[in-house]
Design a protein around this ligand. Structure first.
Ligand SMILES: [Zn+2]
Length: 382
């Protein structure tokens, strides 16, 4: 798997101007692509290469091809429907032609508009455990006048374990994560801090002065880092649990969202600030230690009884789950996380087939049946 090592480069104006110019050239490629309605790399090359080399002879040809590819990827992502914009400070890609690590990674050699130059690089001690001397790809960007580099390192991942024990995670707003082995990660502190930031931001927005805007920007960064920190802590605790696989509900965005087929729960998760980040943290941390992440469909997981498999909306009343048939009572999120385990067990037992393209009602019925069956099967003595 690939990891990015973030480090600060003690750069000069040549390096800064190289980043700025590359981004400007990238934007020029985007404009050309939008006009010709293409994101094809060869086509973009024909349209822009000669023009850019003539206009900016100081820019290394490797930068020109790298930003052209970047422009192509950006155009492709937005399907030529919306024009992407590249800020002058945003990140550009470096490859073996434009970047090298030197002297036990204390120096980087980077091509600039003023020839090849060497700069000191500060790699945090935490990352020293990785072998990045062989790395030949990176991204570089400007952040508040400082220059940061993300060095991309290919690491060996341990072989996947055999799946014997699965832990299910139910994500939500009130509790960011509830695990099927009874651990609740609550968001009291999180909501408190978020509330405080919201209040502060409101005050600053009303003030509207220049200094208030600057302050606002700082707050946004601080809040984002706080949320990421909480997600790092939760995901670390989850992947270190005694298990071989971690099961979560998949967040269906994209096509499902457009067709309006998503359930209430998924909609809430999509709208929530951190569910997606938590998922990505769990995924990469699990991969690093050879654990599998299983994504299951979230339909009915909060309405199904984990003891008898009965599925109905009335089973759930707020935080409490009480089965209308067998009377089984449990915290609703805990019940959902256990249903997620059942679904994941069902999924690992058979090959993953593509979801058939059926009408909404049919799909619901089949999901309902799948969930009910997986609960009933998990109850049967082995
Ligand atoms: Zn029941």
């Amino acid at each position: 798997m690939q990891i990015a090592i973030k480090a600060e480069v003690i750069g000069d104006d040549d390096l800064r101007n190289t980043i700025r110019l590359s981004n400007q050239v990238c934007q020029e490629c985007i404009e050309a692509g939008m006009e010709a309605k293409t994101f094809n790399k060869t086509r973009l090359h024909q349209l822009t290469y000669r023009m850019i080399r003539t206009a900016h002879p100081e820019l290394n040809s490797s930068f020109v091809t790298a930003v052209r590819d970047q422009a192509s990827d950006m155009l492709k992502r937005l399907k030529l429907e919306i024009k992407p914009t590249k800020k002058q400070t945003s990140s550009i890609r470096l490859n073996h032609n434009t970047f090298r690590l030197l002297q036990d990674s204390k120096l980087v050699s980077i091509s600039t508009i003023n020839g090849r130059k060497k700069y000191a690089v500060k790699i945090p001690p935490y990352f020293q455990r990785y072998d990045f001397n062989e790395s030949d790809s990176a991204r570089i960007r400007i952040e508040k006048g400082r220059i940061f580099i993300d060095i991309i390192v290919e690491t060996q991942t341990p072989a996947k374990r055999n799946i014997k024990k699965i832990i299910g995670i139910d994500r939500g707003i009130y509790n960011p994560a509830v695990t099927s082995d009874n651990q609740f990660f609550n968001s009291k502190k999180l909501r408190e801090v978020k509330g405080r930031y919201k209040h502060l931001k409101g005050c600053l927005q009303r003030a509207g002065t220049r200094s208030a805007k600057r302050h606002l920007q700082r707050l946004t960064g601080r809040e984002r880092r706080f949320v990421a920190d909480v997600n790092h802590c939760i995901s670390k605790a989850i992947v270190n649990k005694d298990c071989d696989a971690i099961a979560l509900e998949e967040l269906r965005t994209g096509s499902m969202k457009r067709k309006g087929k998503v359930g209430k729960k998924t909609r809430r998760l999509i709208g929530s600030w951190s569910a997606k980040q938590l998922l990505s943290f769990v995924q990469y941390k699990a991969e690093m230690i050879g654990k599998t992440v299983i994504l299951v469909n979230s339909h009915f997981t909060s309405q199904a009884c984990n003891r008898c498999g009965d599925i109905r909306r009335a089973n759930r009343k707020g935080k409490i789950f009480k089965c209308c048939v067998c009377g089984y009572t449990l915290h609703a999120d805990l019940n959902a996380s256990r249903n997620i385990v059942c679904l994941a067990k069902g999924k690992t037992g058979r090959l993953d087939v593509n979801q058939p393209n059926v009408a909404c009602d049919e799909l619901k019925a089949s999901l309902r049946e799948e969930l009910r069956m997986s609960i009933v099967t998990s109850l049967a003595p082995i």
